[in-house]
Design a protein around this ligand. Structure first.
Ligand SMILES: Cc1cc2nc3c(=O)[nH]c(=O)nc-3n(C[C@H](O)[C@H](O)[C@H](O)COP(=O)(O)OP(=O)(O)OC[C@H]3O[C@@H](n4cnc5c(N)ncnc54)[C@H](O)[C@@H]3O)c2cc1C
Length: 475
């Protein structure tokens, strides 16, 4: 854990050009970042979305986890809003088939929606541009400093192809999946002692399953395994091993162990380890009669990373609050997924389905780094323990927390208040107006964060709707 020291001055940055001023800057264009940016822009905030890659969608697209879930629980929809709008539009254009959500499935993943990667990411582009989001690909934040123009907010030192520049913004949403911006700003974060493995997703072709010699597959596997040329974590369990990979033509099959995707260097190692594992699988399969012409027809651009940093928030989602379906007083969205911990040293997964009827909720305070005024976090890296995180990290929940962070960031910017002083009812009203499903909870105060921290109470505010609709306050 690091302690918060917020933004700090960097002498070298004094002469950098200030190239743009925004109300909200979202860093990271994955499930959480896209919904955050679209929501903030739809609420009228001048919004930029900074993404280090050249495509939107994050893990869904570049790691090919293109099966977002879960929007439905126990036969009804529990997450809607902007994320669902994009999934439904992908289906409408022929890029996804929607299962019958009125039926409670035998296995949770049966109600995930497999989306076409091109359509999904293109629809994200369209929705961002239509909302007025300034899309800034191939950029990364290098530092966060205080503003020097007398306005509240921060100055972001951004690095891109032409070097460094400075963007000014009132509010930042960290949707990097790794809480990178929270780290740059010195807010407390935590990471599990043993991180879950990653996975490189791929697709196989060039063979006819009926002609594959299964006895030879078993023999070649045994020999390769004895020689250390294939590892037990390179594939799922199967009899013989690797037959399942052939049947499913690849997919999410391997565990890449001992990786930590939170630094560029350790992330590089993860990419290399993932491709080395796939090369072992490829080499072995090509020796099996019937697979002589086997090809890797597709491989994800990045090794999928399940877990890195989580912020220390104003509240924390724990295993117990998650599995009990606790309705937080400042709940801003639902979440629905089993506890799903991938073992750090094997191919096994500890899956613990939720009890019938349980639908967990996520508190706004889990999006707020402790003590933050200008930074919100959304997606995989919101505050929670490892077990709860293994469930709420799924894409539908990331989209919902993104939309909530985007709305809160826009309201914070418009009214020039700390993210801890955004009134809960105004936030909820904004979210409902923009199609989100907000859990029914009894708010105990208009300003959930300060109250929970035992600090300042907000003065009585005009109605939530007028707060949402009130124009931006004069500087
Ligand atoms: C192998 C695997 C299987 C999974 N299975 C499922 C599943 O079945 N269903 C499901 O719903 N979820 C699943 N998940 C979980 C889910 O996909 C992720 O937790 C979720 O997509 C995370 O969304 P996010 O928006 O928080 O982060 P991401 O999608 O990772 O987005 C972060 C974005 O920020 C960008 N970025 C990162 N750092 C910076 C930076 N410093 N500056 C600028 N840009 C930056 C990245 O390029 C990326 O675009 C799986 C995950 C993995 C790895």
């Amino acid at each position: 854990m690091t302690s918060p020291n917020r933004a700090h001055h960097l002498p070298f940055a004094a002469n950098l050009p200030v190239t743009a001023v925004y109300d909200v800057v979202v860093i990271g264009g994955g499930s959480a970042g896209c919904t955050a940016a679209i929501q903030a822009a739809r609420l009228g905030a001048r919004t930029a979305l900074i993404e280090k890659n050249g495509i939107l969608g994050g893990t869904t697209i570049v790691a090919s986890v293109n099966f977002p879930g879960l929007f439905h629980a126990w036969g009804k929809q529990v997450i809607a809003g902007i994320g669902w709008e994009v999934v439904a539009e992908t289906a409408r254009r022929g890029g996804a088939e929607l299962p019958d959500f009125s039926v409670v499935p035998e296995r949770h993943w049966q109600q995930q929606v497999r989306v076409n990667r091109f359509l999904f990411s293109s629809i994200l582009d369209e929705r961002c541009l239509d909302a007025g989001v300034a899309l800034r690909f191939h950029e990364l934040p290098g530092a966060v400093m205080p503003r020097e123009d007398g306005e509240a907010g921060v100055a972001l030192v951004i690095t891109g192809k032409t070097g460094l520049e400075v963007l000014l913004t009132r509010t930042v949403v960290d949707a990097t999946g790794d809480a990178d911006v929270a780290g740059l700003m010195g807010y407390a974060r935590e990471k599990s002692a043993r991180l879950q493995p990653g996975t490189l997703i791929y697709e196989l072709g060039g063979y006819d399953l009926d002609t594959v010699d299964r006895e030879a597959l078993a023999a070649r596997y045994a020999a390769a395994s004895a020689a250390g040329k294939i590892l037990p974590t390179d594939h799922r369990s199967g009899d013989p091993p690797l037959l399942r990979e052939l049947i499913t033509r690849g997919g999410s099959c391997m565990h890449v162990l001992d990786i930590d995707g939170s630094t560029s260097r350790s992330r590089t190692e993860a990419e290399l380890k993932g491709r080395q594992a796939l090369m072992r699988v490829y080499r072995l399969l090509r020796t099996v009669p019937g697979c002589e012409n086997l090809e890797v027809t597709y491989v994800a651009n990045e090794c999928g990373v399940r877990e890195t940093w989580r912020i220390v928030g104003e509240a924390m989602v724990t295993h117990d609050t998650y599995v009990s379906g606790h309705v937080w007083p400042d709940a801003i969205c639902h979440s629905f997924y089993p506890i799903d911990i991938h073992q750090p040293d094997s191919i096994h997964i500890d899956i613990r389905p939720l009890n019938p009827g349980v639908v967990p909720t996520i508190p706004y305070r889990a999006l707020v780094p402790r003590g933050s005024d200008h930074l919100l976090v959304a997606g995989r890296c919101i505050a929670g323990d490892q077990a709860a995180n293994s469930a709420y990290r799924v894409q539908a929940t990331c989209m919902a927390t993104g939309q909530a962070a985007g709305a809160a960031a826009a309201l914070s910017a418009r009214h020039s208040v700390s993210v801890r002083d955004v009134p809960l009812e105004a936030l909820r009203t904004a979210l409902r107006t923009h199609g989100a499903i907000v859990p029914e909870a009894e708010p105990s105060d208009d300003s959930p964060v300060r109250m929970a921290a035992g600090n300042v109470r907000q003065p009585a505010l005009v109605s939530a709707r007028s707060w949402v609709e009130r124009p931006r306050s004069a500087p």
